[in-house]
Design a protein around this ligand. Sequence first.
Ligand code: MSP
Length: 677
Amino acid sequence: MPSKFYITTPIYYVNARPHIGHAYTTIACDAIARRQRMLGSDTFFLTGTDEHGQKIERSAAEAGITPQQLTDRIAGEFRGLWDRMNISYDDFIRTTEPRHKRGVQEMFRRIRDNGHIYKGSYSGQYCVFDELYVDATGAGAPCPECGRPTETVKEENYFFKLSAFEDTLLKLYTERPDFIRPETRRNEVMAFVRGGLRDLSISRTTIKWGIPVPDDPRHVIYVWLDALSNYCTAIGFGSPDKKDQQKFARYWPADVHMIGKEIVRFHCVYWPAFLMAAGLPLPKSIVAHGWLLFEESKMSKSRGNIVRAETVIDVLGNDALRYFLLREVVFGQDGSFSFDALVQRYNSDLANDLGNLASRTLAMITRYFRGEMPYPSSVVSRTPADDAIARTAEAAIASYASLWDDFQFSRALEAAWSLVAAVNKYIVDNEPWAVAEKDDEGSRARLATILYTAAEALRIVTALAHAAIPESTARIWEQLGLGDISRFRLTDLKWGQSQHGTKLGKVEPVFPRADKSAIERMQQMEQQRTTTQAAPIAPAATTGPSPTTPAMVTPAPAAPGPAAAAADGRISIDDFAKVEMRVGQVKAAEKVKGADKLLRLEVDIGTEVRQVVAGIAEAYAPESLIGRKVVLVVNLQPRKLRGLESNAMIVAASVGDKGLPVLAGFLEDVPVGARLK
Ligand code: MSP
C-alpha cells in the first residue's frame, strides 16, 4: 500500500471574490500535491470555502441578499477559478454542507463529553473582520491584529478550557520542531502561548448564521471551531457511514496544513488544543507562508489593491502565474507582485531559457535525425562536457528534491534552471548546427551525442518542473515522444533513461514570448474588472474580456471561460460569434440610489426597450445620455445590481489610470438595432 499524503489549503471566506493572494496558497498546495502524486503517494488534496459567521452574515446583508445566496455565488467562483486553473484538488468542502455540519457537531460533542467545555458569560471586544475575541477595552477599541474597530459582545457563551492546554502546547512545540514551520512562526507562537492563554468563547447567541450547538440550538458554534473542523469533516469525520470512517482513518492526521501567516494562531494554538480535547491526533505540520503584496501592501479586498488570477491566466496562461509565484516569492516571506516582474520572469525563464532549450533541441532532432531520439555513443566522439551535463543533471535532481521537501520552491526551481542554463551553454559551445554540416561518421556520432545530451537534460527538467508548471511540461513531455507525463514516477528519474529511436511528438513552441502589450493588456483588464465590479458583491465574470475587446462597463454574469482559449488568451471566431452586440438608443437615464458608479438606463434596441444598469456614473451625467446611440451586449443573462435587473451590458473603452469609461459610438449614423460583427 503506498504511503498517504494529506494536504489542505485554508478554506477561504466567501465575503470576497478570489484574488491571486488566494491563488498563491492554492497553487503552492497544488504543486506539492502533484509532486507527491508523481512520487507515488496516495495523495489527498483538500480545499474549500468558509461560509459561516458574522462577517459573512453582514456581507450578505450589505449586498441585499441572503447568506446562502452569497455563499453559493462566491463558493462557485472559487471553485470555478480553481477548475480553470487546473487545480488538482480531490475535494472541495463548503462549511454549509450537511456532512460538515454533522462533523462539527460531533467535534463539539466530543470536546464537551471530555470535560473541556463549560457555560459562562462573555463580555468584551470582538473583531468581526478576524472573527476573533481580542484583549481590548472600550467600544470601538482597535483590534490588536488588524487595527479595525472592535465591537462589544456581551452574551452567554460556551467556553473552551484553552488555558488548561498551555503546558501541553508548549511541550508539543518543543518536542516536534516541525509542527510549525518556518521557525520564525514557531517562535512567535511559543511566545504567545508563554504569555498565557485564556479560555475561549466557542459559541454565539446573537448571530444566527452558523451551526447550532448540539442540544442547545440557541447558540451557534464559533466560526473558527466550525471552520478548522473542515480538515476532518471533509474526509469523513462524524459520518455514520463505514466508508467515510475508513477514509478518515486512512488520511487523518493531515501531513500539511498550508496557511497564510495571519492565521497562525488559530491553526497552531486553537486547532491542536481542540483536537487534543476531542481525543484526535494532531496534524504533522502547519506551514505558514508570507503575504503577496501589491503596491507594497498586503493584497486584500479591503485595501482595494487586488489582482485577479484571471487577468494573468487570460493573457499568459496558468503556468506563467504558477511559475512566477513559486519562483519569485521566497516561501515563508512576503513577496511582491507586479505585472512587469511577471512578464520579465516569464520571458527570461520560460520563453527564453526553457522554451529555447525545448524548441531548438527538438527542432534539430527533427531535422537531423528524422524526429527520432539519436544514439549517444558512450565511447565514440565523447567529450568531458557531455559527462559534465549528466553530473549537473543528477545534482539538480537531488537538490531539487531536498529543497522542495523543505518548502523552498524558489530555490528548487533555481536548481532545475541551473541545469537549463548549463545545457543552453553546452549547446552554444558545441555548435551542433556546425557539426551537422560535416559529413563524416565521427561528426554524425558527435551530433547524436550532443542532441541526446540536450534532450535528456530537457526530459529531466521537464519531469522536475512538472508539479510546478504542469500544462507546459505535459506538452514538452509529449513532444519528447514520452506520452502522458502523469504516468511517470519521479522515483525513477535518473540520467540516461531516454531510449534512442523514440519518435518525437509534434514539435510546437510552448511559451510564446510576451511583448510589452501583455503588461498593458493585464493592467487594462484589471481596471475593467475594478470598474465593472461597482457593486460590493455580485457575480463576477470568471473570464475577462479578451484583450482586444472593448471594456464592458456593466458587470458580466458568471460564465465559464471558453474551454479552448489559447494559452495567450486568444479566442476563436466561434467564441466571438456567441456575443451578440447591437446598437441601442438611450431613452431614459438616472442615478442609482446609494451607488456612486451606477446609472439605470432604458435603452431601445430596435425590438424592445431594455433596462440596463451600467457603471458609468462617474463619467456621464444621466441627462447627457438621452438620445445617444450606444453599443450593448444583448444576449447576456439578466442580473441584479442594487436590486435592479440589468438586461444588457453597455460597451465602453476603459481609459486612464482610473479606468474611466468612454462609451463606444459611431462616426456615421447607424440604425437602432443594427448588429455589430
Ligand atoms: N476562512 C479563514 C481560514 C479558515 S481555515 C480553517 C480565512 N479565510 S481568507 O479568505 O481570509 O483566506 C485566508 C488565506 O488566503 C490566507 O491564509 C492565505 O492563505 C490566502 N491569502 C489571502 N490573501 C493573501 C495575500 N495577499 N497573500 C498571500 N496569501 C493570501 O482566513
